[in-house]
Every structure is written in structure tokens, then in C-alpha cells.
Design a protein. Sequence first.
Lengths: 178, 636
Amino acid sequence: MQYVEGEKEEILSCVEEVLSNSAKDRENLIPILQKVQARLGYLPTLAMEKIASGLNVPAADIFGLATFYNQFRLNPPGKHEVKVCMGTACYMVGGDIALESFERRMGIKEGETSEDRLYGLERVACVGCCTMAPVVVINEEVEGKVTPTRVDGIMLEFEDMEKKEAADKQQGEEGGSQ
Amino acid sequence: MSDQGPQKLYQALKEKAVSLTGEKKEKTRVMIGTATCGVAAGALKIKDYFENEIKSKGLEAEVVEVGCIGHCYAEPMAVIDKPGFPPICYGYLDDGLVHRLVEDFLAGDDPSYEYALAALERNDVFPTFEDFPRGVYEHKLILKNCGYIDFRDINSYLAEDGYAGLARALTGKPGELLEEIKAANLRGRGGAGFPAGLKWEASLKSGVEEKYVICNADEGDPGAFMDRSILESDPHLVIEGMILCAYAIGAGKGYLYIRAEYPRAVGHVREAIDQAREKGLLGESILGTDFSFDLEIFQGSGAFVCGEATALVNSMEGNMGLPLSRPPRLAAKGFRGKPTVLNNVKTFAYVPLIVKNGVDWFKEIGTPDNPGTAVFSLVGKINNTGLVEVPMGTTLRQLIYDVGDGLPKDKPFKAVQIGGPSGGCLPESELDVPIDFDSLHEAGAIMGSGGLVVMDENDCMVSVARYFLEFTQHESCGKCTFCRLGTKHMLDILTGITEGRGDSNTLDLLEELAEDVRDGSLCNLGKTAPNPILTTLKYFRDEYKAHIEEGRCPALVCRDLILYYIEPPRCSKLCNVCVGSCPTEAIFTREDGLKEIDQEKCVKCDNCLKACPAEYDAVVKLSPPVLPPEKEKKAK
């Protein structure tokens, strides 16, 4: 995925800061990756390369870790990030149907972010709220008992939010130019 | 002698804690369950409602956050403890109910019993949880404090005799403590049931000075959440257990390996560690003795295989979580090459209780070979979902029908899945199996993490097996060929069956492959990955055959083998609900006014079936996917 304007600089300064605050040994590698991802939202290739040279570890090792562990993601999160739970309880009451509905509505597959970075879709193993299955996590908030119809509702809410934001922005610009 | 030192210091801490919490108890308190499940149900909003209502009425009442009480079906919940009344628990809260409780109970003196679930202490006016069928079987040891104490405040734990076990153990020799744990026959709650005392002793036998204690809180089983709940609701219990273990084996440093997906658990434990340090219960010279031990949190990055001990240690050293062949066991050569004792959250949680109450007390609960209790998360098609703790030896039938109150709408029971992806599916005929490590293993399942998913006739066993294989295949670390390739092939075969592909040899091939993967893998992920297949093949072979031979999914789940159909005689011409619900515009109105589904466009999303009003109930699923001939029309 393409870096957006100013993103490279942000990545470099973030990695530098995290590295300067951590002991540079191998045991610290995963905590460092976690810190960088917490700040940037994902692990860009550039960040992994910088961490590799900073810690004197082969870049392949870092890429190995980043792909081995489920927590790390290699593409940027969407502005609206949806995680669909695929725990046993959720799967049995139609978690896959909810996931498919999101894929259809967002036009992306699970694990992807839309080209404009507006939507991101992930599947997670279990968020531990099995009693409310099927569960989705929308921008870090857990919502239970999600039917395909509710998926449409969630998407409409996103679209409304975007429309409102665009209108506010336009209004702000008009106000500024006058 | 310094023998009396720890006890004296501890008594001082406890007395202070008792007086502090006692003061709090004189005021009205509203305790809200804000573990992850509660928050998901909206507990934080409920907390705001209470705070606003109390403020606007100018009342004096404290709102505190507590952990999970285990009755998840009734979330969000709160306990109101008002002087002069027993503490009473309310469930299914919303803004209206909060308003009413504040007005009638907090401001007035009417506890609104009609909305109460149960009282938490014995009294003459309202039943307690123990008076319900569930309470007869439940025996809470490690879940006892969950949802009752303020997890943010160490005094709350101290006042309930917390750290008393530590104070007692520190007055004796480490060897005495070890003997107690061995005598108690505490078996590891991570799933396999290896005696904790033997593990601890093995680390001592290594003769190496530097040792580590690690708590495995990398709870990755989909469907299990008790470790999270204990860490969130009663973190000090686990911390005390780890300190005790460290004292017994002479370790100076310990780690809690907690999944990064559990941010609340990480936060609560971090706070608890700081408070324990402040009180001198952790860190340098604990309770004035010359024993020092400190704890740190390591956040696991989400890899199921890291629940395996050697893989977990590998990942703590900054590598991919690949398991190693044993021996050497971790107790001989573990983290940083030093002897390491690694136990599950629940195992450590039992230790302070055994030390405090004695070995005999512990052995009286459960069965002789499996003393103590078992914690299960009940989910799926069961009325009372939530966390339960029952003595070992309770049967599955009691657990499902008495504790869990049976299946919704009294549907017939079909299977119960125990132990997550490493466990198996047991049918009705196995329901009288007592729950303990050995009996479950014999039946083909395992105790595992304690996830228990109940299924009814609407759940397809092939699909369930496929689901677990998809999980293990994704989580296989790739080290062993059988696990890496075998799980992939088994998944392909199962996927084929759910799509109606397969011949008379398919099931034999699947069975053979499953046995090979079991025998040819190094760690338990691979060894147990075939369990869901082997048990479903054993108990539900007919269902596999229906898929292969008839192209039919008896539970109407496998989407390639079903179609959605609107029954013309039941469809109302006046209703348009299904048309609106369809995301792909596959439903249209025919010339005669009835609705019909264009099978080419249908994505089988289940929307129309849910949308069709109950009085018509015209949308049905058919398997095998063949449209019935329309008799009515042709007759005319």
C-alpha cells in the first residue's frame, strides 16, 4: 500500500523514539514491535527495516515475527475498523455470515484495508464475549448479537458519519474563505 | 526469632485494610461488573447512569467497579449493598431500571425485589444464588472473590484474608510449602493435568540457583475466557500464588504472559503488582524476610501455539513461538536456559487457598485423583451462559441441565464440545461422564481450557469439525510436517464434504490422516488437532455420510447443500419485508403477487428467513438444494 504524504517521516521519528527508550536486546524485540504498532496502527516495511538495523537483527527475522503473530498487521488500519469475532460461539450462530456481509458491503476481503483507507476488516479468534455471540468490534467497541441486517445499519452509520464530516469540512472551508 | 516477623507485619496490613473497607461498607455502595463481557453489554454506560442519577438526587452512595460474577446471561449487572439490607444483585440493567432503583431503593427503602436476581448473603427476605439449582452444584474457590471485591484496591483483597497464605508460608521453610502442594495433588489446570508439585520439585532438583516462575495467561482457545476473568476480577489471587511458588522453589523473578488482546486484564494486573510492591508483599525482602521476588508482565502477541510451554518461552526470548522437543523439560532448562516453572492462571490461583485452608480442606473437594474444582465457560445453545465452577466429578449432564438450565426453547441436545480446538464433541450418550482429567480423556475430549459449547439440532457436526480445523491449520507453527501439511489436507477434505464432494473412501482417508497427524506431531497442538474430527467421526458418522452420499446437510447449515425457498401457500401477498431485507435484490414479486427467490442471485445470507414475520414463517431452508415442483400452479 502506498504511503500517504508525511507518513514516512512519521514512521522514522516514531521508530527512533521507541528504540531510544528501549534496551536493545532480542528479548525486547516483541515489546518494541508492539509499541511501534500501538503508535502507527500497523508495521510498515520501513519501520521493520529500521528496527532491524537498530537492533542488529536480520530484517527477515522481524518480518517472520510480524507474520507469525496474529497481533501484528502489515497494512494500515482503516478509519473505520471492524473486527468480526470467529470464536466457536460466534461461528455457530452466524459469525461467518456477518463477516461475509461486511466483505460485500465494504468491497474488501478480511485482512484488507480499502484503497482510500476508509474501511478495514479483520477476523479475530475470540474476544471473550461468547455469551453475546455473534460479536463484532467496531472501532474498539464491542457490539453483540449482530445480524446481517445490523451490518447494513452499521455501514449506514459509517456513511452518515462521513457525509456529516464532509459537510462540516465544507462549511468550515466556506466560513474560512469568507 | 524472625519467625513471627511476617505474621506481625501481615496482621498490621490486614487490620488496616479491614478498617478501611469496613468504613466503606457503612455507606451504600453500587458495585458494577465491568469485566470485558460486562463492558461489551454496556456496563460503563450503566455506571454513568448510576452516577448521574445519584448526583442529581444528591444521595450519598459510592459507585465501584468490580469484576465478573459469572452470570453473563444477565449482563449488565450491578450489586447494591445498602446498610440494613442484604447485598442484592440486579441484572438486565438499562437506563429506566437504573432510574427506578436509584429512586426506590437508594433514595427510598424499596429494594424492588421484582427486578432482583438474588441476594449475595443469607437473609430472611430474599433467596441467594445458592438457593437456585445452579447454586447446589456450584462450589466457588478461585472464582469466589470475582465480582465481589474491588479489583483496583489491594485492601479489598487483604480484608478477605488475602495474602494470609503467603504470611503463613513465610514463617515456615520453603520445603514445607512444596510438600503441602505435593500432598494436595494439585493438578495443572492448563489442560493436561500434570501435578504442579512435581513440576516445582523438578526445578529444585536441577540445582541451578537462578530460576523463573511464569504464569501462562495466553488464553487462546476460542470460547474460553475464565483466565481473563480471574485476572480482571481478582488479580492478587494469581499474584499471591506466583509468590508462593517462587518461595517454594527459590526463584527471584517471575513473568505473567498475558495475551495482548486482553487489555483490561493487563491493566488490572499491572495496577495490582504496583500495589503489592507498595505494601511490601512483592519486591525486596517480602514481609520483612530475606526472600525477594519481583513480577513483570509480558504481552503475548496472539499465537495459539504459544500456549505450549516451550513455544511460550521461545516467544518471550524474542523469537517465533516454535515448540521444542522435550526433554529437557522447562523445569530443567527453560527461560534464558534456566529452570522455569510454568503454570496456568488457575493453577496459581488455587495455591494461596490450599496454603491458607490446608491440604485436607482441598482434598475433600472433588474426587481422590482429581481434587478441587473445574472452571467452565458455558456458551452456545444453553440458557445460563457464563462462568461456572463445579467440583471435579460433576457429570456433564448436571453441568448442562442443572447448572446451565438446559437448552433454550427446550430443544433436544445434540452434542457438547469441550476443550476448544484440542477437544472433542461428545453426544448425549456420553453425558454421564464425570468431569475430570482422566474420564474426559477416555471419552475422546479433554479438559483443556474449559470452554464448553452446547449444540442442538441446528448445528452441523461436519461444519463444527471444519471450523476447528480451520483454526488449528491457521495456528500451526509449521515446524512439524504432519501438523503443517496434515491439518491443511484434513481441512481440504472437510471443506469438500461440506460442499457435498467426497466418495466412499473419503471418511477412511480422513480417519487415517487424523491418526497420522496425531502421532507425527511434536507438541500438543498437532497431537490434539485431529480430536474434533475423530470424535465427530466416532459419534456422528451418519451426518458425514448424509453430506457425501445424499448431498444433504441434516442441520441445514452447510451453505452449498442448502437453498432458501419461499413456500407459496404460506407467503402473504401483502407483505414486502423479505424484499427489503435482501442485500442482493434476489427476491422479487411474481405476477400472482407471491414472492420468489432468484437462486442465481441468492447469497444465502439468512436475512429473509429472519425477516419473514413469525405469523407467516414462509422462508425455509431445503437440503439437498433442489427446488420442489410447484403443484398448485400446475393444477390450475
